[in-house]
Design a protein around this ligand. Structure first.
Ligand code: CIZ
Length: 434
């Protein structure tokens, strides 16, 4: 089975055998360690961090949830022992628990999932199991929040490692967005134009906190995923003269550009600067105001990698995620969500070479699933999502065995007041038609 974990172990072994550092083969050899080392490092330093992988240089806000210490037995257990314990706990729990695994999660965890998919597919998959008392989400924090909003109040959503956040989601916080909104209202006012379109509507990417989804719900706005961003923007433009799009500038820019919005009408909002670093006229002329956020996995892809793939593999199909920078999306053959990428590969009837611009765990899994094709990651360096990495079979075994013992640990609960508005924004997304 291919996975980041096993790939990293191979690199580490090779390095030891060669007595040399295979420079550049991974973004961080620290990935070979257990994520509990980072739980401990954070506890000792008192400062949260995302851990090794693509987001290791991103600054985690002080309020980022931290994980307490995993009991020693789970840290010391071998993979085989953890596997036995997880399977035994799963069998003991039966239908009382459902395990969800995100596409970007490592195979060592995915092998135990009842459902594998993107964040929204997984939240919906959980709805097919109304009898499950516990929804164990092997993904990141905002995904568990969305599952909590959509699931029944008595169902407990569990995130096996509380430190599994999302650096992109953390780049837009509720206070900064509220402050931005206040400044925008001062410039635009609140009166609709002759066609009944309000001056601005907020649109948040699914990769955002429940508080921001609620902000959108409360202010006439909406949520989007990378699968439906175009439909959602069209929906918003029917109701508003412009859109405030957060937190991912790239998804916002790529989607708006495909709809014909000129780049000059997409100013960037830097929350650390007055008016986001813009003058009032640029904001008045705007159609999409892009929040200064990004995904550190997708930021790694560049046009040089695409040129190299085309040179090395004539005829290669380059497919990238729309969280990649605009130049990368423009240079690729196609761009789309994780589901789009998966379906594009599944639809290929002839053996094809695919160079993929998304997270390494998903690319490795696709390569193993479709051996008739040559599938590789555009980024040659093994650099997974730092926060998905924080989930390990040790944490999964722990939360499941706690459930067997009648204890719910690591529950993610979204406050009721936030849930209502966030659900409104999610429901608008489900109902959105261009
Ligand atoms: O929504 C998701 O799960 C993410 C992170 C991206 C996608 O394209 O599915």
């Amino acid at each position: 089975m291919s996975s980041v974990n096993t790939a990293i172990q191979l690199i580490t072994r090779e390095q030891a055998e060669q007595g040399a550092t295979a420079k550049g083969s991974t973004c961080s050899p620290a990935l070979a360690k257990g994520p509990w080392d980072y739980d401990l490092a954070e506890a000792l330093a008192g400062i949260p961090a995302y851990g090794p992988g693509a987001s290791s240089a991103d600054v985690a806000p002080a309020a980022t949830p931290r994980q307490g210490q995993l009991p020693e037995a789970y840290k010391l257990a071998s993979d085989a022992e953890l596997g036995e314990r997880i399977l035994a706990a799963k069998a003991a729990l039966g239908d009382r628990a459902v395990i969800l695994g995100h596409f970007y999660q490592r195979d060592e965890v995915i092998q135990y999932a009842n459902f594998v998919g993107d964040s929204f597919q997984l939240a919906n998959a959980a709805l097919t199991r109304p009898d499950a008392e516990a929804i164990v989400f092997c993904g990141v924090h905002f995904m568990a929040e969305t599952a909590d909003i959509l699931s029944a109040p008595e169902q407990a959503v569990i995130l096996p490692n509380l430190a599994a956040g999302c650096s992109m989601a953390d780049m837009a916080d509720a206070d900064s967005v509220a402050e931005c909104w206040e400044q925008l209202e001062e410039i635009f006012g609140t009166e609709p134009d002759a066609e009944g379109r309000v001056p601005v509507l907020p649109v948040t990417y699914m990769n955002s906190s429940a508080a921001l989804k609620a902000f959108c719900g409360e202010h006439g706005g909406i949520v989007c995923t990378s699968s439906n961003a175009r439909t959602v923007l069209e929906w918003a433009f029917q109701r508003a003269q412009r859109v405030l799009f957060f937190p991912d500038q790239h998804l916002g820019r790529n989607t708006a550009k495909a709809l014909g919005v000129p780049l000059e009408q997409m100013p960037m909002w830097n929350p650390r600067r007055d008016l986001g670093g813009n003058d009032a006229q640029a904001l008045l002329d705007s159609r999409v105001i892009l929040w200064h956020g990004f995904c550190s996995v997708h930021k790694r892809f560049n046009v040089g990698q695409i040129e190299k793939a085309r040179k090395d593999f004539p005829g290669v199909q380059v497919i990238v995620h729309p969280e990649c920078p605009m130049e990368v999306v423009d240079a690729a053959d196609s761009a789309g969500s994780t589901d789009f990428i998966k379906k594009a590969i599944a639809a290929a009837t002839e053996p094809t070479t695919f160079a993929i611009g998304t997270e390494i765990n998903m690319v490795n899994r696709l390569a193993a699933e479709y051996p008739q094709h040559t599938i590789f990651c555009l980024d040659p360096v093994i650099c997974p999502c730092s926060t998905m990495y924080r989930i390990h079979p040790g944490y999964l075994a722990w939360v499941l065995e706690e459930l067997v013992a009648g204890r719910v640990v690591n529950r993610i609960t979204v406050a009721e007041s936030v849930q209502d508005h966030a659900r409104t924004a999610l429901e608008r997304m489900l109902a959105a038609r261009p």
